[in-house]
Design a protein around this ligand. Structure first.
Ligand code: ADP
Length: 164
Protein backbone atom coordinates (compact mmCIF):
# COMPACT_ATOMS: atom_id res chain seq x y z
CA UNK A 1 0.00 0.00 0.00
CA UNK A 2 1.58 3.33 -0.99
CA UNK A 3 1.96 5.64 1.98
CA UNK A 4 0.73 9.19 1.44
CA UNK A 5 1.85 12.17 3.53
CA UNK A 6 0.16 15.55 3.68
CA UNK A 7 2.35 18.54 4.56
CA UNK A 8 0.03 21.50 5.15
CA UNK A 9 0.98 25.07 5.91
CA UNK A 10 0.87 28.71 4.94
CA UNK A 11 4.22 28.66 3.11
CA UNK A 12 4.15 32.46 2.78
CA UNK A 13 6.73 31.92 1.36
CA UNK A 14 8.49 28.53 1.37
CA UNK A 15 11.80 28.64 3.28
CA UNK A 16 14.80 26.30 3.35
CA UNK A 17 13.35 24.91 6.60
CA UNK A 18 10.15 23.83 4.80
CA UNK A 19 12.25 22.39 1.99
CA UNK A 20 14.39 20.44 4.47
CA UNK A 21 11.20 18.87 5.83
CA UNK A 22 9.87 18.04 2.36
CA UNK A 23 13.16 16.33 1.50
CA UNK A 24 13.00 14.25 4.69
CA UNK A 25 9.36 13.34 4.08
CA UNK A 26 9.97 11.99 0.54
CA UNK A 27 12.36 9.43 2.03
CA UNK A 28 9.69 8.00 4.30
CA UNK A 29 6.48 8.26 2.27
CA UNK A 30 5.69 7.13 -1.28
CA UNK A 31 3.79 10.33 -2.06
CA UNK A 32 3.88 13.77 -0.48
CA UNK A 33 1.12 16.33 -0.95
CA UNK A 34 2.19 19.85 -0.02
CA UNK A 35 -1.06 21.70 0.75
CA UNK A 36 -0.98 25.48 0.75
CA UNK A 37 -3.63 27.05 2.98
CA UNK A 38 -5.61 29.55 0.95
CA UNK A 39 -7.68 30.96 3.82
CA UNK A 40 -5.25 32.58 6.21
CA UNK A 41 -6.14 34.60 9.32
CA UNK A 42 -3.66 37.24 8.23
CA UNK A 43 -3.50 38.60 4.68
CA UNK A 44 -0.62 36.74 3.00
CA UNK A 45 2.20 38.46 1.13
CA UNK A 46 1.90 35.97 -1.74
CA UNK A 47 -1.41 34.72 -3.17
CA UNK A 48 -2.14 31.01 -2.79
CA UNK A 49 -1.42 30.56 -6.51
CA UNK A 50 1.94 32.31 -6.21
CA UNK A 51 2.87 30.15 -3.23
CA UNK A 52 1.87 26.96 -5.04
CA UNK A 53 3.77 27.95 -8.16
CA UNK A 54 6.98 28.70 -6.21
CA UNK A 55 6.83 25.38 -4.35
CA UNK A 56 6.17 23.49 -7.59
CA UNK A 57 9.23 25.02 -9.21
CA UNK A 58 11.47 24.43 -6.23
CA UNK A 59 10.37 20.77 -5.85
CA UNK A 60 10.35 19.86 -9.54
CA UNK A 61 13.29 17.49 -8.92
CA UNK A 62 11.13 15.50 -6.48
CA UNK A 63 8.73 13.40 -8.61
CA UNK A 64 6.68 12.10 -5.67
CA UNK A 65 5.75 15.61 -4.50
CA UNK A 66 2.52 17.29 -5.60
CA UNK A 67 1.51 20.80 -4.60
CA UNK A 68 -2.02 22.11 -4.25
CA UNK A 69 -4.12 24.61 -2.33
CA UNK A 70 -6.64 23.71 0.33
CA UNK A 71 -9.26 25.42 2.42
CA UNK A 72 -11.71 24.08 4.93
CA UNK A 73 -11.04 21.33 7.41
CA UNK A 74 -7.65 19.65 7.04
CA UNK A 75 -9.05 16.27 8.07
CA UNK A 76 -11.63 16.42 5.25
CA UNK A 77 -8.87 17.19 2.75
CA UNK A 78 -6.79 14.33 4.18
CA UNK A 79 -9.69 11.87 3.84
CA UNK A 80 -10.47 12.92 0.27
CA UNK A 81 -6.83 12.36 -0.69
CA UNK A 82 -6.53 9.08 1.26
CA UNK A 83 -3.73 10.49 3.37
CA UNK A 84 -2.02 8.28 5.96
CA UNK A 85 -0.25 10.99 7.91
CA UNK A 86 -0.17 14.74 8.36
CA UNK A 87 3.43 15.97 8.60
CA UNK A 88 4.26 19.01 10.71
CA UNK A 89 7.58 20.53 11.69
CA UNK A 90 8.87 21.03 15.20
CA UNK A 91 11.60 23.62 15.36
CA UNK A 92 11.73 24.76 18.94
CA UNK A 93 9.86 23.95 22.15
CA UNK A 94 7.48 26.85 21.59
CA UNK A 95 6.08 25.10 18.48
CA UNK A 96 5.06 22.14 20.60
CA UNK A 97 2.02 23.47 22.40
CA UNK A 98 0.17 24.60 19.28
CA UNK A 99 1.18 21.52 17.30
CA UNK A 100 0.05 19.19 20.09
CA UNK A 101 -3.31 20.96 20.21
CA UNK A 102 -3.75 20.69 16.43
CA UNK A 103 -2.70 17.03 16.37
CA UNK A 104 -5.11 16.21 19.21
CA UNK A 105 -8.02 18.00 17.57
CA UNK A 106 -7.25 16.37 14.22
CA UNK A 107 -7.15 12.96 15.94
CA UNK A 108 -10.55 13.64 17.44
CA UNK A 109 -11.93 14.63 14.03
CA UNK A 110 -10.16 11.92 12.05
CA UNK A 111 -8.86 9.08 14.26
CA UNK A 112 -7.52 7.16 11.25
CA UNK A 113 -5.08 9.93 10.31
CA UNK A 114 -1.79 10.13 12.22
CA UNK A 115 0.25 13.29 12.74
CA UNK A 116 4.00 12.84 12.28
CA UNK A 117 6.44 15.47 13.54
CA UNK A 118 9.69 16.09 11.74
CA UNK A 119 12.66 18.05 13.03
CA UNK A 120 14.67 20.10 10.53
CA UNK A 121 18.43 20.43 10.41
CA UNK A 122 19.43 22.60 13.39
CA UNK A 123 20.59 25.35 11.05
CA UNK A 124 16.95 25.96 10.07
CA UNK A 125 15.46 25.81 13.58
CA UNK A 126 15.26 29.60 13.86
CA UNK A 127 13.76 30.13 10.39
CA UNK A 128 10.18 31.17 9.79
CA UNK A 129 8.45 32.72 6.81
CA UNK A 130 7.66 35.83 8.85
CA UNK A 131 11.25 36.49 9.94
CA UNK A 132 12.43 36.03 6.35
CA UNK A 133 9.78 38.52 5.13
CA UNK A 134 10.88 41.00 7.76
CA UNK A 135 14.56 40.74 6.80
CA UNK A 136 13.70 40.96 3.09
CA UNK A 137 11.48 44.00 3.60
CA UNK A 138 14.39 45.77 5.26
CA UNK A 139 16.77 44.92 2.41
CA UNK A 140 18.71 42.26 4.34
CA UNK A 141 20.49 39.32 2.66
CA UNK A 142 18.17 36.28 2.59
CA UNK A 143 20.24 33.95 0.39
CA UNK A 144 20.85 31.48 3.24
CA UNK A 145 17.18 31.27 4.20
CA UNK A 146 15.20 30.60 1.02
CA UNK A 147 15.70 28.94 -2.39
CA UNK A 148 16.99 31.35 -5.12
CA UNK A 149 13.57 31.58 -6.81
CA UNK A 150 11.88 32.60 -3.56
CA UNK A 151 14.63 35.16 -2.90
CA UNK A 152 13.99 36.67 -6.32
CA UNK A 153 10.19 36.80 -5.78
CA UNK A 154 10.55 38.31 -2.30
CA UNK A 155 12.93 41.00 -3.49
CA UNK A 156 10.58 41.79 -6.36
CA UNK A 157 7.66 42.17 -3.92
CA UNK A 158 9.66 44.60 -1.83
CA UNK A 159 11.08 46.45 -4.83
CA UNK A 160 14.66 45.50 -3.99
CA UNK A 161 17.11 44.92 -6.88
CA UNK A 162 18.24 41.26 -6.84
CA UNK A 163 21.98 40.68 -6.39
CA UNK A 164 23.09 37.08 -7.13
P1 ADP B 1 1.37 27.31 9.50
O1 ADP B 1 0.63 28.61 9.40
O2 ADP B 1 0.53 26.11 9.16
O3 ADP B 1 2.15 27.11 10.76
P2 ADP B 1 3.93 27.57 8.16
O4 ADP B 1 4.19 27.74 6.70
O5 ADP B 1 4.44 28.61 9.08
O6 ADP B 1 2.37 27.39 8.26
O7 ADP B 1 4.49 26.17 8.64
C1 ADP B 1 4.07 24.96 8.08
C2 ADP B 1 4.75 23.81 8.80
O8 ADP B 1 6.14 23.87 8.56
C3 ADP B 1 4.58 23.86 10.33
O9 ADP B 1 4.47 22.55 10.83
C4 ADP B 1 5.86 24.50 10.81
O10 ADP B 1 6.21 24.05 12.10
C5 ADP B 1 6.84 23.96 9.78
N1 ADP B 1 7.98 24.85 9.62
C6 ADP B 1 7.98 26.18 9.43
N2 ADP B 1 9.25 26.66 9.35
C7 ADP B 1 10.05 25.59 9.51
C8 ADP B 1 11.46 25.41 9.59
N3 ADP B 1 12.31 26.44 9.52
N4 ADP B 1 11.93 24.19 9.79
C9 ADP B 1 11.07 23.14 9.89
N5 ADP B 1 9.75 23.23 9.88
C10 ADP B 1 9.24 24.43 9.68
Amino acid sequence: MPRIALYPGSFDPLTNGHLDLINRTVHIFNQVIVAVASNLQKAPLFSAQERVEMIKEVTQNLPTVTVTTFDGLLVDFARTHKVDAIVRGLRVVSDFEYELQMASINRQLGPEIETVFMVPNAKYAYLSSSIVKEVASLGGEIKAFVPPLVKERLEKKFGIPTVT
